[in-house]
Design a protein. Structure first.
Length: 154
């Protein structure tokens, strides 16, 4: 973005993070602007990539995905090709909700959402452990989600 975010931009971003379905009229009212300047600011934020997408956040529990597992992955090697091969392949597993390259005692961390422990065990054996370069996995069943936020404080 060619210029810093001002306080109005930040208010717009906060409001849209709470409710991405706000009309421009409602958004403008909440941030104390008229419709046209508000619309122009939103378009500028979208064009600059500050607002990257609008989407519905679906409750995993409401659709039967009751089991959350965090998986640490150790690779046999960490060359650029190995990291890229793993990264490409993990994209094809829909149950993997998040994949993070980690600086630390393991290489990747996965956030995996499944129906139950049996579904997770099948996924681990049939897909995760067969990803390119996987040497070892460590699975951690999440007992309770204490905090999870999709909100970025701007």
């Amino acid at each position: 973005m060619s210029r810093e975010l001002d306080q109005t931009d930040k208010r717009i971003l906060r409001e849209l993070q709470v409710s991405g379905r706000l009309s421009i009229v409602d958004l403008a009212e909440r941030v104390n602007l008229t419709k046209t300047p508000c619309s122009e600011r939103v378009r500028r934020l979208e064009k600059a990539g500050v607002i990257s997408e609008y989407r519905a956040v679906v409750s995993p529990l409401a659709v039967g995905l009751n089991h959350l597992t965090v998986v640490h992955i150790d690779l046999t090697q960490t060359s650029q090709n190995s990291l890229e091969d793993f990264s490409r392949a993990v994209m094809d597993i829909p149950e993997v909700e998040g994949c993070y390259l980690i600086a630390g005692s393991f290489d990747f961390m996965l956030k995996v959402r499944t129906r139950d422990i049996t579904h997770y065990r099948e996924l681990l054996g049939d897909e995760i452990s067969k990803l390119p370069g996987v040497k070892q996995t460590h699975s951690f069943a999440v007992m309770e989600t204490v905090k999870e936020s999709h909100f970025i404080d701007v």
